[in-house]
Write a protein that binds this ligand. Sequence first.
Ligand SMILES: CC(=O)N[C@@H]([C@@H](O)[C@H](O)[C@H](O)CO)[C@@H](O)CC(=O)C(=O)O
Length: 220
Amino acid sequence: MSIKDSQELARHAASIGADGISVISPSYFKPINADALRLFIKEVSASAPDLPMYYYHLPGMTGVALEAADVLNGIEREIPSFQGVKYSGTDLRDLGQCVCYSQSRDWSVLYGVDEQLLGALVLGVHGAVGSTYNYLGHIVNQMLSAFNNGNHTQTRALQFGFMEVITFARTLGFDVSVNKQVMSEVSGLPMGPPRLPLLPCPVSKAQAIAQKIHNFTQGL
Ligand SMILES: CC(=O)N[C@@H]([C@@H](O)[C@H](O)[C@H](O)CO)[C@@H](O)CC(=O)C(=O)O
């Protein structure tokens, strides 16, 4: 996504009354350091200065593995509307530093690696946004309740269930198109094909994953 496209989308979000905006790193021409990425986020934010801004850290997709904690460092001085980060990386030390930095600034840190949410909860994240919650949302809610009630045994058991489902899906090949087909299988609502270059997922693959999800949720 170019800076001009991002700014246009930010202006559009403001014009339709959105509650906030979120920016991922550009992934074709990549920022060479955290300062460059912070400047990019600042320029996008300037197109919608009244909207809360979140940095969406998604290194697996963008290929930009800069530490999110470095991006956050001092960002409030450049972007007054900055409100937090969605962290979809697996580096729990970097995540922990983001949570630590956010505490005194009253920002939100949301976690996005569903198979290791528990580690992030222990570090103090404020919420979770993940693709598997499209069909396992009621289970992650149970997990959050168990965690908040101090029931470590149940929290772990539910996290292990997520791990088992996602590991199984990965052995078959798990990407956005597979996930979309799994959503169709689980919900019964046809979601349609993915956009190119993603290819449609064979129905049998999605059905096998949906069966695994069924076994997990029925076994609780
Ligand atoms: C790289 C990726 O797609 N991560 C997912 C996870 O929910 C992920 O699918 C899940 O943890 C399984 O690995 C989300 O963090 C990202 C996501 O849902 C999105 O941006 O649409």
